[in-house]
Design a protein around this ligand. Structure first.
Ligand SMILES: C[S@@+](CC[C@H](N)C(=O)[O-])C[C@H]1O[C@@H](n2cnc3c(N)ncnc32)[C@H](O)[C@@H]1O
Length: 1002
């Protein structure tokens, strides 16, 4: 796998917005599309250098990637750019296949070798399969689909030649566009005539004939739908399951409906006018979406997108007629963008009792160019505000984690008292500002009297669905008295949302029932969900971007004390039309693929769902224990989807809330409040699902896993082994954001490891010592390889787990010399130790540095008894203990000792660690101290003088420390901070001969 290239494009994928699947509807833990596409593709094609690779596939690679245009574009690198030594990549079929999946562009190769960075969009070559721009590229998709076709067919029919398969592919494949053309060019095809039915059947037959000869891919945990979307893009028959009805609607909206219905349509003038009337004509004339009129007919490139736009605008206009008066424009006609509210609490000082707004800060806008804030005017216990421009650093907020400091009398009201008030008397709130749109951008004013006094009608049908109050990790609002979904909205918001639902329901009656209309209404419901997200009383005003943020900045619903109540009928960001734009962009980007995925709303693990070995491959990304409470948090959407789509999907929305018990997660409040039951449930469910998959799948099962703890891996591996499979390969993908600003030391890793599993017969018994030997060797080789590819710290150690399990999984039982069975947990601990040991072997430098790293790895930073000889011997490096003490690497206090922190080691000495001849650990500690003190100039000098190249040993020591220091230590934060900006530091050293103060963007 070209893991460097996949990682680079995956990092980029996170910042792509326009038309990206993640912008259609919020879902949690989405996988980047390049990883999904690469894994699906790689799961379906053999290694051309493998001795068992069918000849026809080798020919296919030769013909498609090594002749014609492919010859030029998929030529392997002259010099592998991301490795430090100059090394050529052999021009063979395996490497050509990797270059097809992803290849760095010429410019990026040159930049990498020169140590320069390249803008993300230019990093991959334009001919790479996984590049964002190629998702609809007919030439590249055809190559990918043909390679998959040949791989699949030559597996079934080993005697088939490339020429035969190539001809068959062309025949089947080219029949589809012909059938599409026949249907899509037929005038007024929306009327179900015999001719239309015949052409539809012909198209379906062409698609089926092709897909019957392609592999089938299943994702049992489909979530937001990224994996099925990519499997279908590659021409496979693509299936997805998700237990969650919200995910199911998102999946259909992203991987089924656009591909099925987002197609061209031709209307005669009469039919067009009949269907769309004046409004439709206006839309056609405005012609923003490629609509053409040839004098007789309207040609619409995407029927579904056109209808979604047309009906959404209709619904919106009708709703505005009814409730638009709730958002009055000012006398100049400026519409409000949002009303800015703050919740208040009573000062608990009985002689004061002021109603104090719970502001944490006062900025409405806080950017370098524009600063606007609410300036308090206090008269006794009366608190009013004016809007001022400029800095308000002098104003301290009145709310510190819910504790209130009264600006009138200075008394403190505790958070518990504020919560008590909210719970017993409701939550008082005040409108303090109005954001409105002018020709010069957003403006801010104090609300008019009419705005404060506007009468909101009594809300009918307020949702009363309960939040998961027992889940206090993801829901903290119940502690403040907001414990049902209806309370997340103001009355005005509910009135508007209800009006939109009414209009949507009338539309349902108008257009009647059909599969197409289900698709249309589902996308309108997805649009509606986007509106709901922007219209809660738990959203936030982003004063840097002057925009509305939805409540799910984390995977949780959290309390907010001030919030923007947006106007869906304005034209500013966050408004309903803007939400529509996101939906349309997605439809426009993803409709050209011919193959819809088949999505089921089902709990996975049913053995009857697919017949024996009827699936070719499974590619999936399972949940992990309690990391994300999908069902709990998605109830937010369920409440509304039940109202917009409940009648169209009666079975999916039959339960009062999302199904919880069968979800493959470990949330104790779903399992009798028992942590043990929850854990058991998760493990059993995962095993049950893998077990069913193993029976249903004939080829590889690829599992993406983004967790690094040994415990997480133990569960995953137990389930894989328990389902009679073994791991046959593993690949880490590093999707961490590159160029992280120096100083953000948290460096949350976001890499994932994909393991490939296959059915494996486990034979005989093995001795742990022998298995250990094999594992050590495999892991060592893997560490070296991955280190060279830039993997570090915990990621690097985790990435070796797959290798270790693959050895273990050959045997029925592995036993220790004493005859005790070895568990997967023990095995992974050993693998982690071997990986760390292999890293330590690579730790450069003199024995003192090796000792420091070895001690850290074995004993950590904690104190231990001075005469615990064991602690020394385990390190396995021979150095004089006395010299370690005098060098201040081990700090001894009485009968105890511990490893020195950077500060303890260097103490007041100002020169240790500044020279290349000093201990490596001293040099690294010096860099850490320079970073800690914010001494940018010294840090740059150190990098320049000691380690200007990325393969300099100091970086390896830093990596080692990063993987072993306790995460809550200052040393750890310093190491992470330096590593996060290593690229930039080395860059700066090259760019400027003598770094000066301020040269870095700290
Ligand atoms: C890690 S997410 C998948 C994310 C997905 N790969 C994406 O890119 O959007 C895991 C999914 O598994 C689903 N899930 C949990 N338990 C399940 C079960 N028993 N059967 C089917 N799906 C389940 C959750 O609802 C969640 O959407």
């Amino acid at each position: 796998m070209p893991i460097k290239e996949i990682s680079a494009e995956s990092v980029r994928d996170k910042s792509i917005r326009h038309g990206h699947i993640s912008t259609l509807h919020l879902w949690w833990a989405r996988r980047p599309l390049p990883v999904c596409r690469a894994i699906v593709f790689a799961s379906l094609v053999p290694d051309p250098l493998d001795e068992n690779c069918p000849d026809a596939f080798k020919y296919a690679v030769e013909m498609l990637l090594n002749t014609g245009l492919g010859k030029l574009h998929y030529k392997p690198y002259k010099d592998i750019p991301y490795t430090s030594v100059a090394d050529e990549m052999e021009d063979n079929h395996r490497n050509r296949l990797m270059m097809f999946i992803g290849k760095f562009s010429e410019i990026c190769q040159a930049n990498m070798i020169a140590g320069r960075s390249t803008p993300p969009k230019d990093q991959l070559d334009d001919w790479s399969l996984i590049k964002w721009e190629n998702k609809n590229n007919p030439q590249i998709l055809r190559i990918a689909r043909e390679l998959i076709f040949v791989a699949y067919q030559s597996d079934k029919r080993p005697d088939a030649t490339w020429e035969e398969l190539d001809a068959e592919f062309a025949k089947l494949y080219e029949a589809i566009p012909k059938a599409e053309k026949n249907l899509y060019e037929l005038k007024d095809r929306y009327i179900e005539t015999e001719k239309v039915k015949q052409l539809e059947a012909e198209l379906q037959a062409a698609i089926d004939a092709f897909q019957n000869e392609m592999p089938s891919v299943f994702d049992p945990f489909a979530g937001g739908g990224a994996i099925p979307l990519e499997a279908a893009r590659l021409g496979c028959r693509s299936y997805g399951n998700d237990i969650n009805p919200v995910a199911h609607i998102i999946e259909r909206g992203s991987a089924e409906f656009p591909q099925k219905y987002g197609k061209p349509i031709v209307y005669s003038v009469e039919e067009f006018e009949k269907l769309y009337g004046e409004e439709g004509l206006k839309m056609a004339q405005e012609n923003e979406r490629g609509i053409t009129f040839d004098g007789k007919c309207y040609h619409i490139p995407n029927r579904l997108a056109f209808d979604v736009e047309f009906y959404a605008k209709k619904i919106l206009a009708e709703a505005e007629k009814e409730v638009g008066y709730l958002y009055p424009a000012d006398i100049k006609g400026n519409k409000p963008v949002a009303y800015y509210w703050v919740r208040t609490a009573k000062c608990s000082n009985p002689s004061c009792g002021a109603d104090v707004p719970l502001f944490k800060q006062f900025y409405l806008v806080n950017t370098n160019q524009k600063k606007i804030y609410l300036n308090p005017i206090i008269n006794g216990t009366d608190i009013q505000f004016e809007i001022k421009r400029g800095n308000c650093e002098h104003l301290n907020g009145w709310n510190n984690r819910g504790n209130l400091t009264c600006p009138c009398c200075g008394s403190l009201t505790s958070v518990n008292e504020v919560k008590r008030q909210f719970k017993s008397n409701g939550i008082p709130q005040r409108m303090v500002a109005v954001v409105y749109e002018t020709n010069n951008g957003k403006s801010y004013r104090i609300p008019f009297k009419e705005e404060l006094e506007i009468k909101i009608p009594k809300v009918e049908n307020k949702p009363t669905d309960r939040m998961a109050v027992e889940n206090n990790r993801n829901f903290n609002t119940p502690g403040w008295g907001i414990d049902n979904y209806g309370d997340m909205f103001s009355d005005r918001q509910l009135t508007t949302l209800n009006a939109l639902i009414d209009k949507m329901n009338s539309l349902k009656l108008d257009i009647g029932e059909s599969s197409y209309n289900t698709a249309l209404l589902s996308l309108l419901a997805i649009w509606f969900d986007r509106i709901v997200l922007a219209n809660t009383s738990l959203g936030r005003w982003h004063n840097g971007k002057e925009s509305i943020e939805h409540p799910f900045s984390r995977q949780a619903i959290a309390m907010t004390f001030d919030y923007p109540e947006s106007n869906p009928f304005c034209s500013s960001s966050g408004c309903a039309l803007n939400q529509l734009e996101w939906v349309l962009r997605y439809l426009e980007q993803e409709s050209s693929i011919e193959f819809p995925s088949i999505m089921y709303n089902a709990s996975s693990g049913e053995k009857e769902q697919f017949s024996h070995k009827s699936l070719t491959a499974v590619v999936t990304d399972p949940p992990y224990y309690d990391a994300i409470a999908y069902a709990d948090i998605s109830d937010f959407f369920y409440v509304w989807l039940k109202r917009t789509l409940g009648d169209l999907y009666p079975l999916n929305f039959a339960t009062p809330q999302t199904p919880k018990i069968e979800e493959c997660t470990a949330l104790k409040h779903h399992h009798n409040n028992s942590e043990l039951d929850a854990k058991k449930h998760f493990e059993n469910k995962l095993t049950q699902i893998f077990d069913a998959i193993e029976q249903q799948t004939s080829d590889v099962v690829s599992i993406m896993f983004a967790h690094q703890s040994t415990a997480a891996w133990t569960t995953l591996c137990n389930s894989i082994l328990g389902a009679r499979m073994n791991i046959t390969g593993s690949w880490p993908m590093d999707t961490e954001m590159a160029n992280r600003a120096l100083g953000i030391a948290s460096a949350a890793l976001e890499s994932s490891v994909t393991v490939a599993c296959r059915l494996s017969e486990r034979k005989g018994f093995a001795d742990f010592d022998e298995v250990k030997h094999d594992i050590r060797q495999l892991v060592k080789a893997e560490v070296e390889k991955l280190y060279g590819l830039g993997f570090r710290g915990a990621d690097l150690l985790t990435a070796c787990f797959g290798q270790a399990v693959s050895v273990f999984g050959h045997y029925k039982l592995v036993e220790t010399a004493e005859g005790d069975p070895v568990s997967v947990g023990q095995l992974l601990e050993f693998a982690r130790e071997s990986a760390a040991q292999a890293l330590l072997e690579g730790v450069p430098g003199e024995p003192q540095t090796k000792f420091y790293c070895g001690w850290l790895q074995m004993n950590g930073m904690s104190e231990c008894d001075f005469d615990d000889v064991n602690k020394y011997t385990r390190v396995g490096v021979n150095v004089e203990i006395r010299s370690l003490q005098s060098d201040r690497l081990l700090i001894t206090e009485g009968n105890k000792q511990h490893l020195a922190t950077a500060e303890e080691h260097l103490g007041k000495n100002e020169t240790w660690g500044t020279q290349p001849t000093d201990y490596m650990i001293s040099q690294v500690h010096r860099m850490m101290m320079a970073y800690r003190m914010g001494n940018q100039v010294q840090l740059l000098h150190l990098v320049r003088d000691l380690c200007p190249q990325s393969d300099a040993p100091q970086w390896r020591v830093l990596d080692f420390l990063g993987g072993h220091l306790p995460e809550d230590s200052q040393d750890y934060r310093d190491v992470k901070g330096i590593l996060a900006s290593a690229e930039m530091l080395r860059q700066k050293c090259k760019d400027t001969a003598v770094p000066t103060e301020g040269a870095l963007d700290f």
